[in-house]
Design a protein around this ligand. Structure first.
Ligand code: ZN
Length: 308
């Protein structure tokens, strides 16, 4: 090879590295992950879709009996006997209600920006009276002078945002958690469909992981920072791993499978609703996953046994 040829190859390589890097830095970390794992074409993609469906279509559905814990007198410990669920992946976007605390409330809003996001910090409200909904918490934080604040409040119906994401909140009881964490409060009021609240919180958590290019180990409990027994309901019922699994389903749904249509249809409507909730006990429930990918529709006939 002559010298000119070698120089040309070198020049092309340097330019290629230069341009690739430019492209790389322009893409947000989360989005980049989407691009590299996005499905191309072919039968192997349908096998990926089947693996995703397997994550959701549990062979066996367990009941979810647990306790809610509240600070209010008479609501310290409430037994919940709830039917289980299948985490049917829902493609609807998150509807986040703006409840940003006014700037004038300096107890809640220290007006300090966070420099970076390393953690999503999960909490339970520790309020169990039936009135302690996300809507009520949103109203009360706006009038509060207590130095406690967080970014999102989630229940089984709504998600409110109280602080801009890039602002410091007072929720982790620790500098590291407050400075680098986004705080999510999951409600625990009597009567809440806690399974659904967990699924909503998982959808929000997955979105934040994607937006900030974080991995699953960035999901923390309040306990991890200050040793407080929070999120108490999740901790005491041993449901933390279940929550992480829900986040993983949401993460896949929002990244790898974002361009695929999923629809879940209960074939046992008296026992199972289209959202995946068991509404009546039965031995078995039947349902379908209807998937449309690149104009092709496939219907998966599925069933799950209820643990008796
Ligand atoms: Zn907490």
């Amino acid at each position: 090879m002559d010298k000119r040829k070698i120089l040309l190859i070198l020049l092309v390589s340097v330019l290629a590295i230069f341009f690739l890097n430019i492209i790389k830095v322009k893409i947000k970390p989360g989005i980049e992950a989407v691009k590299t794992t996005a499905i191309s074409t072919g039968e192997e993609n349908w096998s990926d879709i089947e693996t995703f469906i397997d994550l959701i279509a549990h062979e066996e559905i367990d009941r979810t009996d647990f306790y809610l814990y509240g600070a209010e007198k008479g609501f310290e410990k409430i037994a919940v006997s709830s039917n289980g669920y299948l985490p049917f992946y829902q493609q609807e976007p998150l509807n986040i209600i703006n409840g940003i605390v006014p700037k004038s409330n300096t107890d809640i809003r220290p007006g300090r920006n966070r420099t970076t996001t390393k953690y999503i910090v999960i909490h339970n409200t520790g309020l169990a009276s039936p009135a302690a909904t996300a809507a009520l918490l949103n109203r009360s934080i706006n009038n509060s002078t207590r130095e406690a604040s967080w970014h999102f409040t989630v229940d089984d119906k709504e998600i409110y945002q109280q602080l801009y994401i890039d602002e410091v909140g007072w929720h982790a009881g620790d500098k590291e958690g407050n400075e680098y964490g986004i705080g999510i409060e999951i409600c625990t009021y009597q009567g809440i469909d806690f399974n659904t609240a967990l699924r909503k919180a998982a959808k929000l958590t997955a979105k934040l992981l994607i937006d900030y290019g974080l991995g699953f180990n960035a999901i923390k409990q309040h306990y991890d920072f200050s040793g407080k027994n929070c999120p108490q309901v999740i901790r005491e019922s041993g449901r933390w791993e279940e929550f992480i699994e829900l986040v993983k389903i949401e993460y896949l749904g929002q990244t790898k499978f974002y361009n695929i249509d999923f629809k879940w249809i209960s074939k046992s409507p008296r026992q199972l609703d289209h959202y995946g909730r068991i509404i009546n006990n039965a031995e078995k429930v039947y349902y379908q996953a209807v998937v449309i990918y690149k104009g092709e529709m496939r219907i998966f006939d599925l069933n799950s046994r209820l643990k008796q």
